[in-house]
Ligand binder design. Sequence first.
Ligand SMILES: Nc1nc2c(ncn2[C@@H]2O[C@H](COP(=O)(O)OP(=O)(O)OP(=O)(O)O)[C@@H](O)[C@H]2O)c(=O)[nH]1
Ligand SMILES: [Mg+2]
Length: 384
Amino acid sequence: MFLSRLRFALTESKKIFDSSVVERDALRLSVRAGSGGQGLGRYNGLGGNGGDVYLVPRRNMTFRQLLHGFEKNRNIIAEHGASSTQVSLVGKHGAHTVVNVPLGTECIQQDTLRLICRCTNPNHRVLIAKGGRGGCGENGFKGEKGDKFTMTMHMKLAPNIGLVGFPNAGKSTLLKALAPEKRNIKIAPYPFTTTKPQMIDIRMSELMEDHERFSLSCADLPGLIEGAAQNRGRGHSFLKHLEYSDMIVMVVDITGFQLSSSSTDVFRDGLETIALLNKELEAYDRKLIKKPIVLVLNKTDIDGAAEKAAALSELANGKWFDKLPQELRPSLPIAFHGIVCTSAKNREIGSLKKQLLNIYDGLHPLEELSLDSEFESENTKIIL
Ligand SMILES: Nc1nc2c(ncn2[C@@H]2O[C@H](COP(=O)(O)OP(=O)(O)OP(=O)(O)O)[C@@H](O)[C@H]2O)c(=O)[nH]1
Ligand SMILES: [Mg+2]
């Protein structure tokens, strides 16, 4: 009895603390730089400048840690400059406020939706709010106000592989086939089973020389719907996680897709699905189309599906877009890096894993160690 209760408690806590699921990837904060202190005109006294607000991208920091730091207080405030007084004519400058953020964080100003900064340079601080100048002759000895705004910090995943597809295509099942030892991947026979992005490591050791330990990270994203690039179905919050991915795997249900039986939701066959996903990716960000994309034609175990997959696979190797009506034709058709027919449910994924590893190797080739003569001076100790 005690044991079963303990086991229940353990599985429950595992559900709550499943760290592979990205529970939150945005944080709204109010930012206020310090205002300048007042000057003292009679004595030519200068007010101190208000403090600035800086962000510093840190490689090892997680978005979870950032959220934790702002759990109680959602304000970033820098100190005001001190006013000039008869005792201290030159007011002290306000202290700057520096906030550590995970590498890759993007800050968007709430009112204007303007991009304030992209924190991509590790350990280099980025000024986001300037403090006001202290009172002096030029501003009539009146301290100036510091910048003040509300912003949203966005965390974008940087997976090696991003899974993209319509709902129910079998993305999560495919991930399970790639990482069978993972127990925390949710699969179900209805659309929108995956509601939050999930990062899973796929072990590649069996493909490595000497079975060296190596894995590629993969982001399983909630299914996209038509209009995702215009944020339909919260498409932006999923597509954003592909921006920093090395490669994309497009998963297509070869038997076709229909969101619901309603007449407004049209049935899309495999080719149309590819075209529509292509259109969503290019409409969101053309850079996504330029990444290596592998096409997975899934569910080949269903009656008649293997033949359909073979035909579409051949077509997708060439000018697959030629057969489409004008309105479905993407303006930047994808040239697929690879095409694989799978039955993810039966863990039949052909050469998919190998292809993903090859793409990764092509993107991140091992560099030969060059022993430059400059470095071979007597004072240099080379430790391998
Ligand atoms: N017959 C067959 N069914 C499959 C295959 N792959 C997935 N399915 C089924 O398709 C349904 C949807 O699978 P999921 O993996 O949850 O699909 P998904 O793309 O992750 O769906 P969302 O999370 O809703 O976007 C489940 O019932 C799976 O068992 C396959 O290769 N063959
Ligand atoms: Mg899923």
